[in-house]
Write a protein that binds this ligand. Structure first.
Ligand SMILES: *[C@@H]1O[C@H](CO)[C@@H](O)[C@H](O)[C@H]1NC(C)=O
Ligand SMILES: *[C@@H]1O[C@H](CO)[C@@H](O)[C@H](O)[C@H]1NC(C)=O
Length: 286
């Protein structure tokens, strides 16, 4: 079943590694933060879609250490986009699909646990990357209406774009691609990821972002410096025991086993006991 399962341990791992790069987010005013991706970045999107508990984390003990209640994040606390928002002095950015009157001046989070770059990855259970992109376009439209073209453009040009995607394409290769040679499959995944990144960055989003820096396709990058964040693919073949070799140096006590789960190294995806296996162990809180 895999997918969102990885999130707890990986999130903790990457969370520690990525923090130093967040200074790039700072600007004289606030920068908006737009987030796309999978369970590593999902702030609760899947709470609001018709899916199964395999793709949800809106039950205890998820969320218990920071929010004191489950939020839908596949973590006991915050995720990378939350930390980055905090460092950038933004409020935490809620799930785009969360009902309510969103402002979007601080950005939006479209990430969905289990999602891949390919529409077929966990199709029907997640919000795939292309749909996330279409939501982003809706937000752009809304911002233009609300703020006017000039201010909206400035906001989008200054914004930081975070993307975490791909793991699920490899962990849950759809049956229609089982017979593809791996090289071709990787090209498919990368092709789709590239397409989406190009739309976000260059953007053909109503010609708006395109004009950040003249006609240069990669203008936003050149103009604004480091405004994109991509997480590296973790060594998926090592799961469930993707570990940090030096837990102490990254602020962890245990680099070997997952904090919540069952079976060897806590690698069985049963955290919370809501996914067909009731048994799970939880590590001690510090
Ligand atoms: C939710 O999904 C289930 C299973 O796929 C389906 O039977 C049900 O009709 C769906 N409910 C809604 C409200 O879409
Ligand atoms: C994107 O993925 C689809 C399958 O979902 C595939 O048909 C298409 O060729 C891919 N696009 C690129 C540019 O690789």
């Amino acid at each position: 079943m895999a997918t969102p399962s990885l999130s707890l341990s990986i999130t903790l791992l990457l969370g520690g590694l990525l923090l130093p790069t967040t200074s790039a987010v700072h600007s004289d005013k606030h920068s908006a933060l737009f987030t796309f991706g999978d369970s590593l970045y999902d702030p609760g999107t899947n709470n609001y879609i018709n899916t199964t508990t395999d793709f949800q984390a809106n039950f205890l003990p998820y969320g218990e250490s920071f929010f004191t209640c489950p939020t839908g994040r596949f973590s006991d606390g915050r995720l990378i986009p939350d930390f980055i928002a905090e460092y950038a002095k933004l409020p935490l950015i809620p799930a785009y699909l969360k009902p309510g009157d969103h402002q979007f001046e601080y950005g939006a989070n479209f990430a969905s646990g289990g999602a891949g770059a390919l529409v077929e990855s966990h199709q029907g259970f997640v919000i795939d990357l292309h749909t996330q992109l279409s939501y982003f376009k809706d937000v752009v439209k809304l911002l233009r209406q609300k703020l006017g073209d000039k201010v909206a453009k400035q906001l989008l040009c200054n914004a930081v774009y975070l993307i975490s995607i791909g793991g699920n394409d490899y962990l849950a290769r759809s049956s229609i691609y089982q017979s593809y040679p791996i090289g071709e499959y990787v090209e498919l995944v990368f092709g789709n990821l590239s397409t989406v990144i190009k739309v976000i960055t260059r953007s053909r989003v109503h010609g708006l972002v395109d004009s950040c820096a003249g006609s240069d396709a990669w203008g936003i990058y050149e103009e604004g410096g480091r405004k994109f964040g991509f997480v590296n693919m973790p060594p998926l073949g090592c799961l469930p025991n993707t570990r940090t070799q030096t837990p102490g140096s990254t602020g962890f006590k245990d680099g070997t086993s997952a904090c919540c789960g069952s079976g060897p190294l806590g690698g069985v995806y049963s955290c919370g006991g809501m996914r067909g296996i009731e048994e799970y162990e939880l590590c001690e809180q510090s």
